[in-house]
Design a protein. Structure first.
Length: 131
């Protein structure tokens, strides 16, 4: 993410620590499902819904345009850690959802290739692709 997409509008070089979890599930004849969880602390700019929504949009667009696996389905969320010790990657860490794919206007938590095409157009690596 660029600083402006991640909520850093004033160019502050000090970025809070974030945990990002990515899983790619094989599609077996269907597009792969890419699941992305970004876990942030309450002090992070992404703990605010507007900034988290902008970041989620940038994450989703980058995933959609990834030349290694486009087209894909995307399930992405920005999560707020409830761990007051600041360990964002602790096993079993409790989180609350700040935003998920519905914040971008998708019908549910998974954006499918036809929906991603409607929002972003064809993947950059395959401009002729159509759903």
């Amino acid at each position: 993410l660029r600083a402006d997409e991640a909520g850093d509008v004033d160019g502050d070089a000090h970025a809070p620590r974030r945990a990002v979890h990515v899983e790619v599930g094989e599609g077996f004849g269907r597009p792969s499902l890419v699941s992305i969880d970004v876990v942030v602390a309450s002090s992070d700019a992404l703990s605010e819904r507007e900034a988290a929504t902008r970041a989620l949009d940038a994450i989703t667009r980058a995933t959609w345009n990834n030349p290694e696996m486009a087209p894909v389905s995307v399930r992405a969320r920005v999560l707020l850690s409830r761990d007051t010790a600041g360990d964002l990657e602790a096993p079993g860490a409790q989180t609350d959802t700040i935003v998920d794919m519905s914040a971008l206007g998708f019908a549910d938590e998974i954006a499918r290739p036809d929906e991603l095409y409607d929002r972003y157009g064809a993947p950059e690596c395959d401009p002729a692709w159509r759903p």
